[in-house]
Design a binder for this molecule. Structure first.
Ligand code: PHE
Ligand code: NA
Length: 492
Protein backbone atom coordinates (compact mmCIF):
# COMPACT_ATOMS: atom_id res chain seq x y z
CA UNK A 1 0.00 0.00 0.00
CA UNK A 2 1.22 3.48 -0.81
CA UNK A 3 2.26 5.58 2.17
CA UNK A 4 -0.05 8.46 3.11
CA UNK A 5 1.15 11.96 2.25
CA UNK A 6 0.59 15.51 3.38
CA UNK A 7 -1.81 17.37 1.09
CA UNK A 8 0.33 20.48 0.78
CA UNK A 9 3.54 22.06 1.97
CA UNK A 10 1.62 24.58 4.06
CA UNK A 11 -0.26 21.70 5.62
CA UNK A 12 2.96 20.01 6.66
CA UNK A 13 4.48 23.20 8.06
CA UNK A 14 1.34 24.05 10.00
CA UNK A 15 1.30 20.56 11.47
CA UNK A 16 4.99 20.78 12.41
CA UNK A 17 4.44 24.22 13.94
CA UNK A 18 1.34 22.84 15.66
CA UNK A 19 3.48 20.19 17.26
CA UNK A 20 6.24 22.58 18.29
CA UNK A 21 4.02 25.35 19.59
CA UNK A 22 2.47 23.94 22.71
CA UNK A 23 1.90 24.43 26.39
CA UNK A 24 5.66 24.78 26.84
CA UNK A 25 5.77 27.98 24.78
CA UNK A 26 3.12 29.59 26.91
CA UNK A 27 3.96 28.59 30.42
CA UNK A 28 7.61 27.57 30.29
CA UNK A 29 9.40 29.90 27.94
CA UNK A 30 8.29 33.30 29.30
CA UNK A 31 9.10 32.42 32.86
CA UNK A 32 12.37 30.79 31.88
CA UNK A 33 13.49 33.89 30.02
CA UNK A 34 12.44 36.12 32.89
CA UNK A 35 14.35 34.06 35.41
CA UNK A 36 17.47 33.49 33.38
CA UNK A 37 18.57 36.97 32.51
CA UNK A 38 15.59 38.45 30.64
CA UNK A 39 16.78 39.94 27.38
CA UNK A 40 20.21 38.41 27.94
CA UNK A 41 18.63 34.94 27.89
CA UNK A 42 18.25 35.35 24.15
CA UNK A 43 21.98 34.81 23.73
CA UNK A 44 22.07 31.25 25.11
CA UNK A 45 18.64 30.60 23.63
CA UNK A 46 19.72 31.65 20.14
CA UNK A 47 22.90 29.66 20.55
CA UNK A 48 20.88 26.56 21.46
CA UNK A 49 18.51 27.21 18.59
CA UNK A 50 21.29 27.52 16.02
CA UNK A 51 23.58 24.75 17.26
CA UNK A 52 20.98 22.23 18.36
CA UNK A 53 17.44 23.18 17.37
CA UNK A 54 17.85 23.84 13.66
CA UNK A 55 20.41 21.08 12.99
CA UNK A 56 18.30 18.54 14.87
CA UNK A 57 15.15 19.59 13.03
CA UNK A 58 16.91 19.22 9.68
CA UNK A 59 18.22 15.82 10.79
CA UNK A 60 14.79 14.51 11.80
CA UNK A 61 13.15 15.80 8.63
CA UNK A 62 15.91 14.13 6.61
CA UNK A 63 15.64 10.78 8.39
CA UNK A 64 11.84 10.79 8.11
CA UNK A 65 11.92 11.76 4.46
CA UNK A 66 14.64 9.27 3.54
CA UNK A 67 13.42 6.18 5.40
CA UNK A 68 9.67 6.87 5.35
CA UNK A 69 9.00 5.19 8.67
CA UNK A 70 8.55 5.86 12.36
CA UNK A 71 11.41 5.91 14.85
CA UNK A 72 11.81 2.18 15.66
CA UNK A 73 12.03 1.15 12.04
CA UNK A 74 14.19 4.12 11.00
CA UNK A 75 16.73 3.75 13.78
CA UNK A 76 16.69 -0.01 13.33
CA UNK A 77 17.51 0.45 9.64
CA UNK A 78 20.39 2.78 10.47
CA UNK A 79 21.83 0.23 12.86
CA UNK A 80 20.10 -2.95 13.88
CA UNK A 81 21.50 -2.61 17.39
CA UNK A 82 19.62 0.67 17.84
CA UNK A 83 16.03 -0.26 17.20
CA UNK A 84 15.49 -0.19 20.96
CA UNK A 85 16.25 3.53 20.96
CA UNK A 86 13.36 4.04 18.57
CA UNK A 87 11.09 2.15 20.94
CA UNK A 88 12.45 4.12 23.86
CA UNK A 89 11.51 7.31 22.01
CA UNK A 90 8.06 5.98 21.23
CA UNK A 91 7.63 5.26 24.92
CA UNK A 92 8.73 8.77 25.85
CA UNK A 93 6.08 10.10 23.49
CA UNK A 94 3.46 7.72 24.87
CA UNK A 95 4.13 8.77 28.46
CA UNK A 96 4.07 12.46 27.57
CA UNK A 97 0.78 11.82 25.77
CA UNK A 98 -0.67 10.30 28.94
CA UNK A 99 -0.11 13.36 31.11
CA UNK A 100 0.00 16.23 28.59
CA UNK A 101 -3.63 15.47 27.77
CA UNK A 102 -4.59 16.12 31.37
CA UNK A 103 -3.29 19.69 31.18
CA UNK A 104 -5.44 20.15 28.08
CA UNK A 105 -8.37 18.86 30.13
CA UNK A 106 -7.68 21.54 32.77
CA UNK A 107 -7.56 24.15 30.02
CA UNK A 108 -10.92 22.95 28.67
CA UNK A 109 -12.41 23.27 32.15
CA UNK A 110 -11.01 26.76 32.46
CA UNK A 111 -12.53 27.79 29.13
CA UNK A 112 -15.83 26.77 30.62
CA UNK A 113 -15.15 28.59 33.90
CA UNK A 114 -14.05 31.66 31.98
CA UNK A 115 -17.32 31.87 30.12
CA UNK A 116 -19.15 31.60 33.41
CA UNK A 117 -16.64 33.68 35.35
CA UNK A 118 -16.75 30.98 37.95
CA UNK A 119 -13.13 30.51 38.96
CA UNK A 120 -13.71 32.69 41.97
CA UNK A 121 -13.65 36.44 42.45
CA UNK A 122 -9.93 36.47 42.48
CA UNK A 123 -8.79 33.04 41.53
CA UNK A 124 -6.10 31.68 43.81
CA UNK A 125 -4.01 28.65 44.53
CA UNK A 126 -6.73 27.47 46.87
CA UNK A 127 -9.25 27.41 44.08
CA UNK A 128 -6.95 25.48 41.76
CA UNK A 129 -6.14 22.94 44.46
CA UNK A 130 -9.81 22.46 45.19
CA UNK A 131 -10.60 22.10 41.50
CA UNK A 132 -7.97 19.35 41.19
CA UNK A 133 -9.00 17.72 44.44
CA UNK A 134 -5.50 18.04 45.86
CA UNK A 135 -5.55 16.86 49.48
CA UNK A 136 -3.16 17.45 52.38
CA UNK A 137 -1.91 13.89 52.23
CA UNK A 138 -1.85 13.66 48.44
CA UNK A 139 1.42 12.38 46.99
CA UNK A 140 2.61 10.71 43.78
CA UNK A 141 2.20 7.42 45.62
CA UNK A 142 -1.08 8.39 47.26
CA UNK A 143 -3.40 9.31 44.43
CA UNK A 144 -6.70 9.17 46.29
CA UNK A 145 -9.91 9.07 44.32
CA UNK A 146 -10.74 9.94 40.75
CA UNK A 147 -11.82 13.53 40.11
CA UNK A 148 -15.05 13.05 38.22
CA UNK A 149 -15.26 16.73 37.22
CA UNK A 150 -12.24 16.18 34.99
CA UNK A 151 -13.58 13.12 33.23
CA UNK A 152 -15.61 14.90 30.56
CA UNK A 153 -12.86 17.38 29.60
CA UNK A 154 -10.41 14.47 29.49
CA UNK A 155 -12.72 12.59 27.12
CA UNK A 156 -13.01 15.68 24.92
CA UNK A 157 -9.25 16.08 24.74
CA UNK A 158 -8.72 12.43 23.80
CA UNK A 159 -11.57 12.64 21.29
CA UNK A 160 -9.80 15.42 19.38
CA UNK A 161 -6.59 13.40 19.21
CA UNK A 162 -8.43 10.23 18.31
CA UNK A 163 -10.27 11.98 15.49
CA UNK A 164 -7.04 13.32 13.98
CA UNK A 165 -4.92 10.18 14.30
CA UNK A 166 -7.76 7.94 13.14
CA UNK A 167 -8.42 10.01 10.03
CA UNK A 168 -4.73 10.17 9.26
CA UNK A 169 -2.20 12.62 7.99
CA UNK A 170 -4.07 14.47 5.30
CA UNK A 171 -7.68 13.99 6.30
CA UNK A 172 -7.20 14.46 10.02
CA UNK A 173 -3.96 15.98 11.32
CA UNK A 174 -3.51 18.45 8.50
CA UNK A 175 -7.15 19.55 8.57
CA UNK A 176 -7.15 20.17 12.31
CA UNK A 177 -3.90 22.15 12.23
CA UNK A 178 -5.03 24.25 9.28
CA UNK A 179 -7.85 25.50 11.45
CA UNK A 180 -6.17 25.64 14.85
CA UNK A 181 -2.86 27.28 13.95
CA UNK A 182 -4.11 30.43 12.22
CA UNK A 183 -6.70 30.81 14.98
CA UNK A 184 -4.05 30.41 17.67
CA UNK A 185 -1.76 33.07 16.23
CA UNK A 186 -4.69 35.42 15.63
CA UNK A 187 -5.98 34.99 19.18
CA UNK A 188 -2.61 35.66 20.75
CA UNK A 189 -2.13 38.77 18.62
CA UNK A 190 -5.58 39.94 19.63
CA UNK A 191 -4.79 39.42 23.30
CA UNK A 192 -1.51 41.29 22.93
CA UNK A 193 -3.26 44.09 21.07
CA UNK A 194 -5.57 44.65 24.00
CA UNK A 195 -3.17 43.97 26.86
CA UNK A 196 -0.35 46.18 25.58
CA UNK A 197 -2.42 49.33 26.04
CA UNK A 198 -3.29 48.71 29.66
CA UNK A 199 -1.47 50.69 32.34
CA UNK A 200 1.61 48.86 33.59
CA UNK A 201 1.73 46.43 30.67
CA UNK A 202 4.77 47.99 29.09
CA UNK A 203 6.66 47.89 32.38
CA UNK A 204 5.87 44.18 32.61
CA UNK A 205 7.16 43.56 29.09
CA UNK A 206 10.20 45.61 29.96
CA UNK A 207 10.90 43.33 32.93
CA UNK A 208 10.88 40.35 30.60
CA UNK A 209 13.19 41.89 28.01
CA UNK A 210 15.55 43.87 30.24
CA UNK A 211 18.93 42.15 29.84
CA UNK A 212 20.83 41.03 32.92
CA UNK A 213 24.20 40.20 31.41
CA UNK A 214 25.65 38.91 34.65
CA UNK A 215 23.62 35.72 34.08
CA UNK A 216 25.43 34.98 30.85
CA UNK A 217 28.33 33.40 32.75
CA UNK A 218 26.09 31.03 34.66
CA UNK A 219 26.23 27.46 33.34
CA UNK A 220 22.70 26.88 34.66
CA UNK A 221 21.36 29.44 32.22
CA UNK A 222 22.94 27.70 29.25
CA UNK A 223 21.73 24.38 30.46
CA UNK A 224 18.19 25.75 30.81
CA UNK A 225 18.27 27.10 27.26
CA UNK A 226 19.71 23.92 25.83
CA UNK A 227 17.40 21.63 27.75
CA UNK A 228 14.34 23.60 26.72
CA UNK A 229 15.10 23.63 23.01
CA UNK A 230 14.45 19.90 22.41
CA UNK A 231 11.15 19.88 24.24
CA UNK A 232 9.94 23.08 22.67
CA UNK A 233 10.76 21.90 19.15
CA UNK A 234 9.49 18.34 19.75
CA UNK A 235 12.76 16.89 18.43
CA UNK A 236 14.67 13.89 19.74
CA UNK A 237 11.77 11.63 20.55
CA UNK A 238 10.20 10.39 17.35
CA UNK A 239 7.76 13.19 16.64
CA UNK A 240 9.16 15.34 13.85
CA UNK A 241 10.67 12.24 12.29
CA UNK A 242 7.21 10.66 12.09
CA UNK A 243 5.63 13.75 10.58
CA UNK A 244 8.44 14.00 8.01
CA UNK A 245 7.98 10.37 7.02
CA UNK A 246 4.78 11.44 5.25
CA UNK A 247 6.45 14.15 3.15
CA UNK A 248 6.20 13.80 -0.62
CA UNK A 249 9.39 13.02 -2.54
CA UNK A 250 9.76 16.62 -3.62
CA UNK A 251 10.06 18.55 -0.38
CA UNK A 252 12.31 21.35 0.75
CA UNK A 253 13.76 20.00 3.97
CA UNK A 254 16.10 22.81 5.00
CA UNK A 255 13.60 25.53 4.36
CA UNK A 256 10.79 23.72 6.16
CA UNK A 257 13.03 23.13 9.15
CA UNK A 258 14.06 26.78 9.42
CA UNK A 259 10.47 27.93 9.14
CA UNK A 260 9.23 25.54 11.79
CA UNK A 261 11.94 26.55 14.24
CA UNK A 262 11.56 30.28 13.64
CA UNK A 263 7.79 30.18 13.97
CA UNK A 264 8.04 28.27 17.22
CA UNK A 265 10.57 30.66 18.71
CA UNK A 266 8.64 33.67 17.41
CA UNK A 267 5.51 32.35 19.05
CA UNK A 268 7.37 31.94 22.34
CA UNK A 269 8.31 35.60 22.27
CA UNK A 270 4.72 36.61 21.51
CA UNK A 271 3.52 34.51 24.42
CA UNK A 272 6.09 36.16 26.66
CA UNK A 273 4.90 39.62 25.66
CA UNK A 274 1.28 38.64 26.25
CA UNK A 275 1.92 37.12 29.67
CA UNK A 276 4.28 39.75 31.00
CA UNK A 277 1.99 42.48 29.72
CA UNK A 278 -0.83 40.96 31.74
CA UNK A 279 1.39 40.51 34.80
CA UNK A 280 2.63 44.09 34.55
CA UNK A 281 -0.95 45.30 34.47
CA UNK A 282 -1.84 43.16 37.46
CA UNK A 283 1.14 44.49 39.44
CA UNK A 284 0.02 47.99 38.56
CA UNK A 285 -3.59 47.46 39.65
CA UNK A 286 -2.63 45.68 42.87
CA UNK A 287 0.09 48.20 43.54
CA UNK A 288 2.77 45.50 43.83
CA UNK A 289 6.18 44.86 42.35
CA UNK A 290 6.26 42.56 39.34
CA UNK A 291 8.51 40.16 41.24
CA UNK A 292 5.70 39.66 43.73
CA UNK A 293 3.10 38.57 41.20
CA UNK A 294 5.11 36.42 38.79
CA UNK A 295 5.00 32.62 39.11
CA UNK A 296 6.06 29.63 37.07
CA UNK A 297 4.64 26.63 35.26
CA UNK A 298 1.25 25.25 36.15
CA UNK A 299 0.75 27.99 38.73
CA UNK A 300 1.36 30.69 36.15
CA UNK A 301 -1.27 29.43 33.71
CA UNK A 302 -3.91 28.24 36.15
CA UNK A 303 -3.50 30.45 39.20
CA UNK A 304 -1.76 33.72 38.40
CA UNK A 305 -3.19 34.39 34.98
CA UNK A 306 -6.82 33.76 35.94
CA UNK A 307 -6.28 36.40 38.65
CA UNK A 308 -4.81 38.79 36.12
CA UNK A 309 -7.64 38.06 33.70
CA UNK A 310 -10.21 38.82 36.38
CA UNK A 311 -8.72 42.28 36.67
CA UNK A 312 -8.74 42.95 32.93
CA UNK A 313 -11.47 44.92 31.24
CA UNK A 314 -13.93 42.44 29.67
CA UNK A 315 -12.65 39.32 31.46
CA UNK A 316 -15.52 37.41 29.90
CA UNK A 317 -13.85 37.83 26.53
CA UNK A 318 -10.17 37.74 27.50
CA UNK A 319 -10.55 34.65 29.70
CA UNK A 320 -12.07 32.36 27.09
CA UNK A 321 -9.64 33.74 24.52
CA UNK A 322 -6.62 32.91 26.66
CA UNK A 323 -7.74 29.43 27.67
CA UNK A 324 -8.91 28.57 24.16
CA UNK A 325 -5.45 29.55 22.94
CA UNK A 326 -3.89 27.33 25.58
CA UNK A 327 -6.20 24.51 24.57
CA UNK A 328 -5.48 24.86 20.83
CA UNK A 329 -1.74 24.95 21.45
CA UNK A 330 -2.07 21.82 23.58
CA UNK A 331 -4.35 19.83 21.27
CA UNK A 332 -2.17 20.31 18.19
CA UNK A 333 0.88 19.15 20.15
CA UNK A 334 -0.93 16.22 21.69
CA UNK A 335 -1.98 15.03 18.25
CA UNK A 336 1.65 14.95 17.18
CA UNK A 337 2.70 12.99 20.24
CA UNK A 338 0.00 10.42 19.62
CA UNK A 339 0.93 10.27 15.94
CA UNK A 340 4.56 9.47 16.77
CA UNK A 341 3.37 6.42 18.68
CA UNK A 342 0.82 5.50 16.03
CA UNK A 343 3.33 5.75 13.17
CA UNK A 344 5.93 3.81 15.14
CA UNK A 345 3.54 0.94 15.84
CA UNK A 346 1.98 0.91 12.39
CA UNK A 347 5.29 0.74 10.55
CA UNK A 348 6.75 -1.93 12.75
CA UNK A 349 3.75 -4.15 13.43
CA UNK A 350 1.99 -3.68 10.12
CA UNK A 351 -1.29 -2.77 11.82
CA UNK A 352 -3.82 -0.58 10.03
CA UNK A 353 -4.14 3.07 11.04
CA UNK A 354 -7.67 2.79 12.45
CA UNK A 355 -6.68 -0.19 14.57
CA UNK A 356 -3.49 1.44 15.84
CA UNK A 357 -5.16 4.75 16.66
CA UNK A 358 -8.01 2.98 18.43
CA UNK A 359 -5.73 0.79 20.52
CA UNK A 360 -3.39 3.62 21.49
CA UNK A 361 -6.09 6.15 22.33
CA UNK A 362 -8.05 3.63 24.40
CA UNK A 363 -5.01 2.52 26.35
CA UNK A 364 -3.91 6.14 26.66
CA UNK A 365 -7.27 7.22 27.99
CA UNK A 366 -7.20 4.59 30.72
CA UNK A 367 -3.63 5.39 31.77
CA UNK A 368 -4.31 9.12 31.83
CA UNK A 369 -6.99 8.53 34.48
CA UNK A 370 -4.07 8.20 36.89
CA UNK A 371 -3.45 11.90 36.46
CA UNK A 372 -6.98 13.08 37.15
CA UNK A 373 -6.90 11.82 40.69
CA UNK A 374 -6.42 13.89 43.84
CA UNK A 375 -2.67 13.39 43.73
CA UNK A 376 -2.58 13.47 39.93
CA UNK A 377 -0.87 16.85 39.71
CA UNK A 378 1.99 15.63 41.87
CA UNK A 379 2.44 12.43 39.92
CA UNK A 380 2.37 14.48 36.73
CA UNK A 381 5.02 16.80 38.08
CA UNK A 382 7.35 13.98 39.08
CA UNK A 383 6.93 12.01 35.85
CA UNK A 384 7.35 15.14 33.75
CA UNK A 385 10.60 16.00 35.52
CA UNK A 386 12.17 12.61 34.85
CA UNK A 387 10.92 12.41 31.29
CA UNK A 388 12.14 15.90 30.38
CA UNK A 389 15.38 16.14 32.25
CA UNK A 390 16.63 12.61 31.91
CA UNK A 391 14.83 10.36 29.41
CA UNK A 392 14.39 13.01 26.73
CA UNK A 393 17.92 14.39 26.87
CA UNK A 394 19.34 10.88 27.04
CA UNK A 395 17.39 9.91 23.95
CA UNK A 396 18.60 13.03 22.09
CA UNK A 397 22.19 12.29 23.03
CA UNK A 398 22.04 8.67 21.91
CA UNK A 399 20.36 9.59 18.63
CA UNK A 400 23.11 12.13 17.92
CA UNK A 401 25.84 9.64 18.83
CA UNK A 402 24.26 7.10 16.53
CA UNK A 403 23.91 9.32 13.47
CA UNK A 404 27.01 11.40 14.17
CA UNK A 405 29.51 8.69 14.98
CA UNK A 406 28.13 5.38 13.74
CA UNK A 407 26.66 6.56 10.45
CA UNK A 408 28.01 8.65 7.61
CA UNK A 409 26.62 12.00 8.71
CA UNK A 410 27.84 13.74 5.56
CA UNK A 411 25.52 11.56 3.50
CA UNK A 412 22.51 12.93 5.36
CA UNK A 413 23.65 16.48 4.78
CA UNK A 414 24.11 15.77 1.09
CA UNK A 415 20.65 14.17 0.98
CA UNK A 416 18.98 17.20 2.57
CA UNK A 417 20.89 19.69 0.44
CA UNK A 418 20.16 17.92 -2.79
CA UNK A 419 16.40 18.26 -2.38
CA UNK A 420 16.41 21.68 -0.68
CA UNK A 421 16.50 25.10 -2.23
CA UNK A 422 19.38 26.35 -0.07
CA UNK A 423 22.15 24.18 1.30
CA UNK A 424 23.46 23.86 4.82
CA UNK A 425 27.21 24.02 5.21
CA UNK A 426 29.65 22.05 7.23
CA UNK A 427 28.56 23.90 10.38
CA UNK A 428 25.64 21.48 10.49
CA UNK A 429 27.95 18.49 10.84
CA UNK A 430 30.07 20.26 13.45
CA UNK A 431 27.02 21.21 15.51
CA UNK A 432 25.67 17.68 15.57
CA UNK A 433 28.90 15.78 15.96
CA UNK A 434 30.58 18.02 18.51
CA UNK A 435 28.72 21.02 19.91
CA UNK A 436 25.35 19.42 20.67
CA UNK A 437 26.84 16.18 21.87
CA UNK A 438 29.24 17.95 24.21
CA UNK A 439 26.50 20.20 25.62
CA UNK A 440 24.15 17.26 26.09
CA UNK A 441 26.75 15.20 27.92
CA UNK A 442 27.39 18.03 30.38
CA UNK A 443 23.72 18.79 30.97
CA UNK A 444 22.57 15.21 31.20
CA UNK A 445 25.35 14.23 33.57
CA UNK A 446 24.52 17.18 35.74
CA UNK A 447 20.79 16.37 35.74
CA UNK A 448 21.41 12.75 36.67
CA UNK A 449 23.73 13.78 39.46
CA UNK A 450 21.25 16.30 40.85
CA UNK A 451 18.38 13.84 40.72
CA UNK A 452 20.46 11.19 42.45
CA UNK A 453 21.82 13.43 45.16
CA UNK A 454 18.93 15.76 45.79
CA UNK A 455 15.87 13.95 44.47
CA UNK A 456 13.27 16.31 43.15
CA UNK A 457 10.65 18.73 44.38
CA UNK A 458 10.67 17.51 47.97
CA UNK A 459 9.04 14.18 47.10
CA UNK A 460 9.84 11.20 49.32
CA UNK A 461 13.00 9.48 48.17
CA UNK A 462 11.16 6.18 47.73
CA UNK A 463 8.81 7.94 45.31
CA UNK A 464 11.66 9.44 43.36
CA UNK A 465 13.35 6.06 43.21
CA UNK A 466 10.39 3.89 42.33
CA UNK A 467 8.41 6.26 40.16
CA UNK A 468 11.20 8.34 38.58
CA UNK A 469 14.11 5.95 38.19
CA UNK A 470 11.82 2.92 38.12
CA UNK A 471 9.94 4.29 35.15
CA UNK A 472 13.12 4.95 33.18
CA UNK A 473 14.52 1.52 33.97
CA UNK A 474 11.28 -0.12 32.95
CA UNK A 475 11.23 1.81 29.68
CA UNK A 476 14.75 0.65 28.88
CA UNK A 477 13.93 -2.96 29.68
CA UNK A 478 10.79 -2.96 27.56
CA UNK A 479 12.60 -1.29 24.66
CA UNK A 480 15.35 -3.88 24.72
CA UNK A 481 12.94 -6.82 24.96
CA UNK A 482 10.95 -5.51 22.02
CA UNK A 483 14.16 -5.02 20.06
CA UNK A 484 15.39 -8.54 20.72
CA UNK A 485 12.08 -10.18 19.91
CA UNK A 486 11.66 -8.22 16.71
CA UNK A 487 15.15 -9.31 15.64
CA UNK A 488 14.30 -12.94 16.23
CA UNK A 489 11.14 -12.54 14.27
CA UNK A 490 12.98 -11.13 11.29
CA UNK A 491 15.38 -14.10 11.38
CA UNK A 492 12.57 -16.61 10.98
N1 PHE B 1 6.70 21.27 21.79
C1 PHE B 1 5.61 21.32 22.68
C2 PHE B 1 5.66 22.48 23.64
O1 PHE B 1 6.50 23.32 23.60
C3 PHE B 1 5.51 20.18 23.57
C4 PHE B 1 5.53 18.89 23.07
C5 PHE B 1 6.03 18.00 23.88
C6 PHE B 1 5.04 18.55 21.87
C7 PHE B 1 6.06 16.74 23.51
C8 PHE B 1 5.08 17.30 21.48
C9 PHE B 1 5.61 16.40 22.32
O2 PHE B 1 4.81 22.54 24.49
NA1 NA C 1 7.30 24.64 21.62
Amino acid sequence: MKREQWGSRTGFILAAVGSAVGLGNIWRFPYMAYENGGGAFFIPYLFAMLTAGIPFMILEFTLGHKFRAGAPKTLGTLNSKFEWLGWFQVMISAIIAFYYVVVIAWAISFVYFAFNQSWGEDSNAFFFGEFLGLGDDSAPSNLGSLQWNLLLPLCLAWAATYFATFRGVKGGIEKVNKVLMPLLFAMVLLLIGRIAFLPGALEGIDWLLKPDFSKIWDLKVWSAAYGQIFFTLSVGFAIMLSYASYLPKKSDINNNAFMTVLMNCGFSILAGIMIFGALGYMANVQDKELTEVVSSGVGLAFVTLPTAINLLPAPGVMGPLFFLALMFAGVSSHISIAEAVTTGLMDKLGWSRPKTATVFCSVGFVVSLLFITQGGLLLLDLVDYFINNIALLGSCLLELLLVGWLCRLQDFRAYANQISEFSVGNWWTVCIKFVSIAMLIVILFNNIKTAFLEGYGGYASAEVTYIGWGMITLMLIVAIIVNVSSKQESKI
